[in-house]
Design a binder for this molecule. Structure first.
Ligand SMILES: Cc1ncc(C[n+]2csc(CCOP(=O)(O)OP(=O)(O)O)c2C)c(N)n1
Ligand SMILES: [Mg+2]
Length: 628
C-alpha cells in the first residue's frame, strides 16, 4: 500500500501541477520547459488533457469509483491548477455544469462514482443534451480485468453497459487502455465544442485503469478545436430564398433556441425581409421585446400574436430550430405556409419540413448574406399590411397580459386566503430582475410556461429557461454554476413548489461555495401544470397534489447562511421581500403563495395544438392533411 502521508509520495505530480498553474496553461507550461513526455497515472493524464482543452473546473461527488481521480484533483487544486467543488446531488451538479457553459461559456467536468452517482448525473445530463450544451461527464466504471462483479456496476453478465447507455444520450468513451486517452479527448473535444450540436461527452474511467501508469505525450493531446464558420459556397440558394421572400406578402421567421447570440443578424434579416418574428421559449431576447416585429412566443404554449403569425404566414423562415412539437404545434402550427426557408447548421434539422430551401451554415453568416440581398431588392416593401395586422395582434396580447399582471390577490381553496395569481407574481419578479440586471432561470411547469410568456428581454442571455427537457429542479440547481464562474452574475431562480423539492440541495451547496443569488418559490401547493393538463383533457385532477403543508421559509432557514423571506400576498409585499432578499450577501429564498383555480386571470392560457392525451386524434388528423 502507498503511504499517502509521506509528503513526497506524489512529488512528481505536485511539481507538474505547480508548473502548469504557474504557467497559467498547459500549452504555456510546455513552451516554458515542461517535458512533453510524462510518465504518470491515467487519472493525472486525464486532468492534464482536460486542462489543455481549457477545463479547470470540476463539480464532484466522489465515491469508491473515483478515489484515484479525486486524489489527483486534490493535488492539482492545492497547487492552483484546477478547482473542484463538492456537491450534494449529482442531478444538481449536472445542471450546474450545464449552466456554467450555457451562461458563461465555461467548459467544465462533472465527476461521479460508479453506479448510482453516475446514473443520477446521467439523468441530469438530459438537460445538456436537450439544449445543445457541451460538458464532460466523468464516471467511475467497472474494471477491465473482469475479475468479478464490481459493486454498483449494472449487475449483468455483459460488458460496457454504461458505455452503451451513455452513448445513446451523447457520445461516450471507455478508457479501457490508458493510452487511448488521446483518442478519447479528440472525440470529446469535438462533441463538447460542436458548433451547432454540442452535448455531453461521457468519459468512463474503469476503477483499475485510473491508477494505471502510462507515458503520455502532452504535446500530442488534442486542444480545443478552432472551427471556421461555414456558409453556402455560392449565392444560388440564397438568391432563391431572397426571391421567395420578396414576392410573398406574409412572411414569418421562427427563431429557435439556436438563434441565441445571433441577435444582430436576426434583427437585420427580420427588418430586411419585413418578417414577423416568432420566438421559442429559449430564444426570448434575440429580438428586443419592444421591437415592432417581435410577435413573442408561439407554440402549444404560445401567445395571441405569436400563434397568429404562425397560422397566417405564407412563407416560413425557420432559423436554428429543431421543430420541437411544443414549438410548432406538433407540426400543424403553420397552417397557411406554402414553403419554408430553413437556416441551420444541421442537415436533418434544416430539412425537417418539405418544400424547403435549406440554407446550411452558421446562422449569422447566412442570415447576414440573405439580409444584404433583401436590402438591395427592397423586399420588405410589400409587407406593411401584414406587419400592421401583426402589430394589432401584439397589442391584443399586450392588453391580455396586462390584465393578468394587474390582477390583485385571488381567493385560493388550498391557502384559504387571497394570494397572488402566478402570472402577476412572476411579472413582479421578472421586472425586479431587470432592475438589478440579474440573470433569470426558469424551472418546469406553469412557472416555466408563464415565465416565457411573460419575460420582456431585449438581448440574448438574460433568461435561461430549460425548455429542452423541462427538468424539474433545474433552475435552483443552475444557480450553482455561478459558484465556479470567473465573473459571476447575480441570478434569480424561478421555481415551482414541485420543482424546488426535486433539488433543494442548492440551499447547502450555495452556502458552502459562497454563492450569491435568489430562489423564488411560487407555491401553489401542487404540480399545477399537470393538474391543468388533466383538467383540460379529462376534466378531473388525479394525484398532482398532496396534503402536506411545508413551511418553506423555515425549511430554507434551517440551513445556516440562507436568508428566507415570506413574499406575502400583495405586489407591494413581494417587491419589498425581493429587495431584502437581494441585499443579503448569500443565497436567499423568497416564498410566494400563488393561486391555482378556475379564475381565468390566474393563468396565461395555451394558444396552439399539442399531440398529447385525448388531443392526439384531432392533432394527428390535421397533421395527416398538411404537406409541409
Ligand atoms: C424531473 C421531472 N419530473 C416530472 C416532470 C413532469 N412535469 C412537468 S411540469 C410538472 C409539475 C411542476 O410543478 P411545479 O414545479 O410546482 O410548478 P407549477 O406547474 O405548479 O407552477 C411535472 C410533474 C418533469 N418535467 N421533470
Ligand atoms: Mg406548483
Amino acid at each position: 500500500m502507498l503511504d499517502t502521508k509521506r509528503p513526497d509520495t506524489f512529488a512528481d505530480m505536485r511539481a507538474r501541477a505547480r508548473t502548469v498553474a504557474r504557467a497559467r496553461s498547459l500549452e504555456q507550461a510546455l513552451a516554458t520547459g515542461l517535458p512533453k513526455l510524462v510518465e504518470c497515472t491515467l487519472s493525472e493524464a486525464l486532468v492534464l488533457g482536460l486542462l489543455k482543452q481549457g477545463v479547470r473546473k470540476y463539480f464532484a461527488i466522489f465515491g469508491h469509483g473515483s478515489t484515484d481521480l479525486g486524489n489527483v484533483l486534490r493535488i492539482y487544486e492545492e497547487e492552483g491548477a484546477t478547482r473542484t467543488i463538492n456537491c450534494r446531488n449529482e442531478v444538481e451538479m449536472a445542471h450546474a455544469a450545464t449552466t456554467l457553459r450555457w451562461q458563461y461559456g465555461e467548459l467544465s467536468a462533472v465527476v461521479t462514482s460508479i453506479g448510482p452517482g453516475a446514473i443520477q448525473a446521467f439523468a441530469g445530463s438530459l438537460a445538456a443534451a436537450s439544449n445543445g450544451v457541451g460538458i464532460y461527464h466523468i464516471y467511475g466504471d467497472e474494471t477491465t480485468f473482469g475479475e468479478g462483479y464490481n459493486m454498483q456496476q449494472v449487475p449483468k453478465e455483459e460488458q460496457g453497459l454504461f458505455a452503451r447507455m451513455t452513448s445513446i444520450m451523447g457520445q461516450s468513451y471507455v478508457l479501457h487502455t490508458p493510452e487511448a486517452l488521446r483518442d478519447a479527448l479528440r472525440r470529446g473535444a469535438l462533441c463538447v465544442n460542436h458548433p451547432y450540436r454540442a452535448g455531453p461527452f461521457y468519459l468512463l474511467l474503469p476503477l483499475n485503469t485510473q491508477p494505471a501508469r502510462l507515458t503520455v505525450n502532452l504535446a500530442a493531446l488534442p486542444a480545443r478545436p478552432e472551427l471556421p464558420r461555414l456558409a453556402p459556397a455560392d449565392d444560388a440558394a440564397i438568391g432563391q430564398a431572397a426571391t421567395m421572400i420578396a414576392k410573398t406578402a406574409k412572411v414569418a421567421i421562427k427563431a429557435g433556441g439556436g438563434t441565441r447570440g445571433h441577435d444582430a443578424a436576426i434583427r437585420k434579416l427580420a427588418e430586411a425581409a419585413g418578417a414577423a418574428v416568432i420566438l421559442s421559449p429559449g430564444s426570448t431576447g434575440v429580438l428586443p421585446d419592444g421591437h415592432a416585429q417581435n410577435m413573442h412566443v408561439g407554440g402549444s404554449k404560445g401567445s395571441i400574436s405569436g400563434n397568429f403569425a404562425m397560422a397566417e404566414a405564407e412563407l416560413l423562415i425557420v432559423i436554428g430550430s429543431r421543430a420541437v412539437c411544443q414549438a410548432d404545434c406538433s407540426g400543424i402550427g403553420y397552417k397557411n405556409a406554402q414553403a419554408v426557408i430553413n437556416i441551420n447548421g444541421d442537415l436533418s434539422d434544416a430539412l425537417h419540413y418539405n418544400k424547403t430551401v435549406a440554407l446550411i451554415g452558421d446562422i449569422s453568416a447566412v442570415a447576414n448574406r440573405l439580409a444584404t440581398q433583401l436590402e438591395k431588392s427592397g423586399a420588405h416593401a410589400n409587407k406593411s399590411a401584414w406587419l400592421k395586422v401583426c402589430a394589432e395582434k401584439k397589442a391584443e396580447w399586450g392588453a391580455y397580459k396586462r390584465k393578468r399582471f394587474e390582477c390583485p390577490a385571488l381567493h385560493d381553496e388550498v391557502w384559504q386566503k387571497p394570494v397572488l395569481p402566478q402570472p402577476a407574481a412572476i411579472k413582479i419578479v421578472t421586472d425586479f430582475a431587470k432592475e438589478i440586471d440579474a440573470a433569470k432561470f426558469f424551472d418546469a411547469g406553469d412557472v416555466q410556461a408563464n415565465g416565457f410568456q411573460i419575460v420582456e428581454d431585449d438581448r440574448t442571455g438574460d433568461t435561461f429557461t430549460e425548455a429542452g427537457a423541462s427538468y424539474m429542479g433545474f433552475a435552483a440547481s443552475a444557480l450553482l454554476g455561478s459558484a465556479l464562474a470567473e465573473k459571476p452574475r447575480y441570478g434569480i431562480a424561478f421555481s415551482g413548489d414541485g420543482s424546488f423539492m426535486m433539488n433543494p440541495q442548492i440551499l447547502i451547496d450555495a452556502v458552502e461555495h459562497g454563492l450569491r443569488g435568489m430562489i423564488v418559490i411560487f407555491d401553489n401547493r401542487r404540480m399545477a401544470a399537470i393538474t391543468g393538463l388533466q383538467l383540460a383533457q379529462y376534466k378531473t385532477e388525479f394525484r398532482t397534489s398532496d396534503h402536506v403543508a411545508i413551511d418553506y421559509p423555515k425549511f430554507a432557514e434551517s440551513v445556516s447562511g440562507v436568508l428566507a423571506i415570506a413574499g406575502g400576498s400583495s405586489a407591494g409585499s413581494l417587491r419589498n421581500a425581493l429587495k431584502t432578499a437581494h441585499a443579503h450577501a448569500g443565497l436567499s429564498v423568497v416564498h410566494v403563495p400563488v393561486y391555482f383555480g378556475p379564475d381565468e386571470l390566474g393563468g396565461l392560457g395555451a394558444w396552439g395544438e399539442w399531440n398529447v392525451g385525448n388531443w392526439c386524434e384531432d392533432v394527428q388528423a390535421a397533421w395527416m392533411k398538411q404537406e409541409l
